[in-house]
Each structure stands twice: as C-alpha cells, then as structure tokens.
Design a binder for this molecule. Structure first.
Ligand SMILES: Cc1cc2nc3c(=O)[nH]c(=O)nc-3n(C[C@H](O)[C@H](O)[C@H](O)COP(=O)(O)OP(=O)(O)OC[C@H]3O[C@@H](n4cnc5c(N)ncnc54)[C@H](O)[C@@H]3O)c2cc1C
Length: 440
C-alpha cells in the first residue's frame, strides 16, 4: 500500500489512553478464500456501522481490517459525538447546494448524533457518556461577538436554544480558563470511543457479520460482476465492496483513491486524574466537552475518572523529531490555556490521522468507474457521529435502496483530487501559518 506519511503515522497507537480502558476485541484473521455479498475494507466506525446495518438487514457481510480492531482514528479520537463532518462553511454549502441542500446537511448532522445515541441504547453499550451538548469557548473578545451571531444561526439551523455564557460567568459554569465567553449547543455528548467501537463490533458480530483483523486488502480486482479483494492470507470474492479507510487510506487500494484524501495528524494528551482542589484551582469543574474558536482549534474535556483530555492539530511529519516537537508544543498550548495545571503530569499522548477532502465535504456513494464499489470517507476530524451515519447510508446504497437516513447532496458529489499528488501534504504548512495568523 502506498501512503503519503512516514511509516510511524501508520504504526500502533502507543500511549493511547483508551486502549487501557477496555479489552481489545479479538477478531480472527481472514482464513483463506471466501465469497460474500458485501466486503468492507476498514474496521472503524464507518465500516462497522455499515456491517451492523447490513447484517441486521440479513445481508452476508465480511469486514477486513488491516491492523487490530479500532486501530484507525475510531480507536484513538477525542470521543466528541457532535455536529460536524464538513469543513465547508455555511455560505459555501449554500452556494453549492442551495438553501434546501444546506438544510439537508444540517439534518444529516443531527441524525448522525441521534444515530449514535440510538445504537448505544439499542445495543446496551456502556461508553461512559457525559456532557450535555458541546461548548464553544471564545479565544478573543472578537470571537465572542462571533459566537453571539452563531447562537442565532444555530437556533435557526437546528431548532434548539443555545446558551450564551459571558466571560464573568464561565467559572460558575465550571469552565474556567483563559476564555472570553462561550456558547453551549445542546446537541451531542462525549463518549469513550473504544467502548463505543467494541460495542458496535459486538452487535455486528451478533447480527452475523464476519469481522477480520490483520487482514489488509493489498489489491482489488474486478472479475465480471464481482470484485476480488486480496489479503496476505487469502481472498474474498464480493458482489459489492465498501471502502471505509478514511485517513488511513492508501494511494493504490484502489487506484481511484490516489490524491483524493488528505490525511492530517491530530494529537491528544491525557493527564493523570485531577484532584478536586486542582480542578477548583483552574476553575474547570465541568464535564462538558468543549473546544475553542481558533481555526486551529483545541478540543478538551474532563473524563469520567477526572483525567483531562486535550487535543489539537498534530505535526506535519511523523518522524521521531517531528513527534517530539509536537509533544512539546501540545504541552505548551495546554499550559497556556490551563495555567494552574502546568505542572500536572501527562500520562498518555498519541496521534492519529483525520481525513480532509478537496471539496471540503464528506463522501458517501458509488465509486465512479468501479462498478459495485462504494466509499464513505472524509469527515474532517469530526467522524464519531458522521462516520456512523455514513456507514448506515452505505448499507442502504449497496442494496440498491434509497437511504432511510438523510443523505444530503453535500455527501453525494464524488471527491476530486488534491493538487501536488503525493506531495500534497506540503499544502498544510502554509495553511497552518495562515490559520495561526488568523487565530491571533
Ligand atoms: C486524534 C484524533 C481525534 C479525533 N477526535 C474526534 C472527536 O472528538 N470527535 C469526532 O467526531 N471525530 C474525531 N476524530 C475523527 C474520527 O475519529 C474519524 O473521523 C472516524 O473515526 C473515522 O472513522 P472511519 O471508520 O471512517 O476511519 P478509521 O477509524 O480511521 O478506520 C479506517 C481503518 O481502515 C483500515 N485500513 C486502511 N487501509 C486498509 C486496507 N487496505 N485493508 C484493510 N483495512 C484498511 C485502517 O487500519 C483503519 O483501522 C478524531 C480523529 C483523531 C485521529
């Protein structure tokens, strides 16, 4: 598989806190050759949600994961189950898809969060959920003025009543830091992504899906009306295929993916559990999930065991030097935002790949020129909910049915290619500089 980062970006999730919170499921390696109705490439939320919904509909499904269960972003994210999934701003979505298209997109965002809540409850998955919606915290007074306008827009888009919080009231809400006010959107919740992942996987297996780990698809070849997927141990002949590889996509499995995704590293740290006095000292006593208004945003929340999770953009490269640099940088930015915790020990840190698309919207649909092959990817770092919805949409599409969930136009346009080919991550350096200047 050809990929655009150094091998370390695709290595195991050393240091990931979630791995210690729940046992890893044991999926067998694909044993030899088999046939199936639908083969799924990638065992994250997209692939698992597709597998579960297909198996529930009585379809024979075989999922192939290259590494271990939850290896990709689904096993190492911040656990914010929230609105989002596109990078295109409202105005651009409206220009491209009209008012109706924009409204459909918002319906999909909302349906995605509801779908995760529904899966947790239907399958009795205990994923340590907390937080009543999410809070956006202003990093400048000007950003706070922007949040006031955003509150009206959110009310209009989602029919909910967001809460504006003045700077002087933040501590009373338990959201003390270097912020200039906030806005709480009462949609979404936080979860332990590993527990959610394992729960959906168990439900899919119970419904009859065959899940395989250490079974990397090395090649895809069309043979009449079927597709043959080759792994190191064997092959699968499938009537339909779903590509669910997101930020861990290669350039050549299949070739169609070449330059159509831009994987970007995101980094996370987790502290040791904070004592109540330490939480008071910072004024952060809330279990609300939050992020700031910067373009290069930070996301953070107190976990149920009083550890604190803090994430931000990762390094441009995955060399040992670049990784050490990003580790230092995340500590500096954490300390600047939460000065009372500048000496608190960080027990875990890790990185993972999110997936950007050239047209700034996710894709769910048939792959042009590859009959029977579908893809779902490109959630721009917001895929806990949106990947789950995409898997459900794909489960309908591969059966030739109209999706029962909202399937907005914004997700239907096949993704274009990024410029610069295999060097396209060079696009990130100037983008980060520009965003850093905007964030001042
Ligand atoms: C550090 C970090 C923090 C994040 N925080 C949040 C958050 O708080 N909220 C949120 O909504 N989103 C967040 N995200 C994004 C979210 O995790 C992803 O959008 C989502 O998990 C994508 O799911 P997926 O199933 O599409 O892809 P992944 O979970 O990345 O799974 C893709 C899988 O495909 C496998 N694969 C690749 N190629 C092959 C092949 N040839 N054969 C077989 N298998 C293959 C990979 O091994 C991988 O396991 C975060 C991401 C990261 C990295």
């Amino acid at each position: 598989m050809k990929r655009i980062y150094e091998p370390a970006a695709y290595a195991s999730q050393q240091g990931c806190w979630w791995a210690e919170t729940t046992p890893q499921p044991d999926w067998p390696v694909l044993p030899g050759s088999t046939t199936t109705d639908v083969a799924i490439v990638g065992g994250g939320f997209t692939g698992l949600s597709a597998a579960l919904h297909l198996a529930n509909a009585g379809v024979q499904v075989t999922l192939l994961e290259a590494e271990t269960p939850g290896f990709g972003a689904s096993g190492r994210n911040g656990g914010f189950c929230c609105l989002g999934g596109a990078k295109a701003p409202r105005a651009l979505l409206r220009r491209r898809f009209g008012d109706a298209g924009l409204a459909e997109w918002h319906m999909a965002e909302r349906a995605a969060v509801d779908l995760v809540a529904d899966l947790l409850s239907t399958h009795n998955i205990d994923a340590d959920t907390h937080s009543n919606g999410e809070t956006i915290l202003a990093h400048t007074p000007r950003a706070m003025a922007g949040l006031r306008a955003e509150a009206d827009q959110i009310a209009q888009d989602f029919g909910v009543t967001p809460t504006l919080i003045k700077a002087k009231d933040l501590r009373a809400y338990g959201l003390g830091g270097t912020f200039h006010g906030g806005l709480t959107i009462p949609i979404g919740f936080a979860l332990n992504p590993r527990k959610y992942h394992s729960g959906v996987a168990a439900a899919a297996q119970k419904a009859g899906a065959a899940l395989h780990a250490q079974s990397a698809v090395k090649a895809l070849r069309q043979d009449g009306d079927r597709t043959i997927l080759t792994t190191p141990q064997g092959n699968v002949s499938a009537r339909r295929v779903i590509l669910a590889t997101n930020g861990y996509s290669s350039e050549d499995v299949p070739d169609w993916l070449r330059s159509r995704t831009l994987p970007v590293q995101s980094s996370v740290l987790v502290t040791r559990p904070l004592e109540p006095a330490e939480q008071e000292a910072q004024g952060w006593t809330s279990d609300q999930m939050a992020y700031d208004t910067r373009t290069l945003l930070h996301y953070f929340r107190r976990l149920p065991d009083n550890r604190f999770l803090f994430g931000m953009r990762g390094g441009l490269r995955a060399t040992p030097r670049a990784e050490a640099a990003i580790r230092r940088r995340i500590r500096v930015e954490f300390n600047a935002m939460f000065p009372a915790w500048s000496k608190i020990e960080i027990t875990h840190d890790w990185s993972g790949l999110v997936c950007l698309m050239a047209n700034l919207t996710p894709f769910a649909g048939p792959v042009p020129a590859l009959p029977g092959v579908f893809a779902g990817l490109g959630y721009h770092g917001n895929g806990v909910a949106m990947a789950t919805l995409t898997g459900r949409i794909l489960a309908d599409l591969v059966r030739g049915q109209d999706p029962k969930s909202p399937y907005p136009m914004a997700m239907q346009a096949p993704p274009g290619r990024f410029p610069l080919g295999r060097y396209r991550r060079l696009l990130l350096a100037p983008a980060y500089v520009a965003a850093g200047l905007l964030d001042r």
